[in-house]
Write a protein that binds this ligand. Structure first.
Ligand code: PAF
Length: 287
């Protein structure tokens, strides 16, 4: 497994890999957990060679979000990836990704707005900009992202379509289902910030979401199900709720009633200072 930090060697290495098959890209910010390794395993099924990028992207951190505190564990991450049969780790320096004078911003309207976009202004611009660069740098046949960050996935899919990145470069942007702990909590690097008491309380999130979904699917008014969800989270130890919304699964349009097309329940809530997000499918009425 090669680990590269600058663009010219990356381009040569990627060209070499391409001669002997398809390339799958798994973009990450490192601090890898089982959720990332599941993406890598899914990538191996899609292509002959897996490239994993590890880059803590300063563009997607807000002024009040601690970029410096984000865990950086390159050696440990590389050992995990080598054991998974990854061909290449692309770990650019900040200067390699954003050379002096870098001034371009990719902004995807619509799907970036509301939900996490409301509390993290500029975040999805930073994601879209770095992912667009990664696609051009690695030229993968397929790129894989976790469904846990549903809004991010929607933003990347929209950008890839709008900027014609899906052909000839990236045949497909694939979403991989969220990996969960045994009790149902979605895996996240942020779970490590929870105290043991908060970790026990955090399971309220997937539990309350399932109850809300059951209510919506059985025809109860959406607003009532969402109010109960909010109340259950607060009673279960969450300190505040950023959002709990039913949205169209693809274009993320807000929904106030159960629709006939795929839908998603999306929630972001805080326990202490840790912000957890989750999302789950809601069956359309016609199914
Ligand atoms: O999901 C992430 O880890 C990041 O947002 C991504 C897609 C690697 C872009 O920096």
């Amino acid at each position: 497994m090669q680990t590269l930090h600058s663009l010219d060697p990356l381009r040569r290495a990627v060209a070499g890999l391409r001669e002997s098959g398809k390339i799958a890209l798994v973009p990450t910010m490192g601090a890898l957990h089982e959720g990332h390794l599941t993406l890598v395993r899914a990538a191996r099924e899609q292509a002959d060679h897996v490239v994993v990028s590890i880059f803590v992207n300063p563009l997607q951190f807000g002024a009040n979000e601690d970029l410096d505190k984000y865990p950086r564990q390159l050696e440990r991450d590389c050992a995990l990836l080598e054991a998974e049969g990854v061909a290449l780790v692309w770990a650019p320096t900040v200067e390699a990704m954003y050379p002096q004078g870098f001034a371009t911003n990719i902004s995807v309207s619509g799907v970036s707005e509301g939900l996490c976009g409301a509390s993290r202004p500029g975040h999805f611009d930073g994601v879209a900009t770095v992912v667009c660069k990664l696609f051009h740098q690695v030229l993968p046949d397929v790129a894989l992202f976790g469904e846990k960050d549903w809004q991010q996935l929607a933003v990347i899919r929209r950008m890839a379509r709008d900027l014609d990145l899906t052909q000839p470069h990236v045949d497909a942007v694939l979403g991989v289902p969220t990996v969960r702990e045994e009790d149902g909590l979605a895996m996240s690097s942020r779970n490590a910030y929870l105290t043991s008491e908060q970790r026990a309380q955090a399971v309220t999130l997937p539990m309350a979401m399932k109850v809300a979904i059951a209510g919506i699917e059985s025809g109860e008014p959406v607003e009532a199900c969402l109010s109960r969800l909010n109340a259950a989270l607060l009673a279960g130890g969450f300190s505040s709720i950023d959002y709990a919304e039913l949205r169209d699964a693809e274009n993320l349009a807000p929904l106030h009633a159960r629709g006939d097309t795929p839908m998603r329940l999306l929630v972001a809530a805080r326990i202490g200072s840790t912000r957890l997000i989750d999302n789950m499918a809601v069956e359309p009425a016609s199914v």
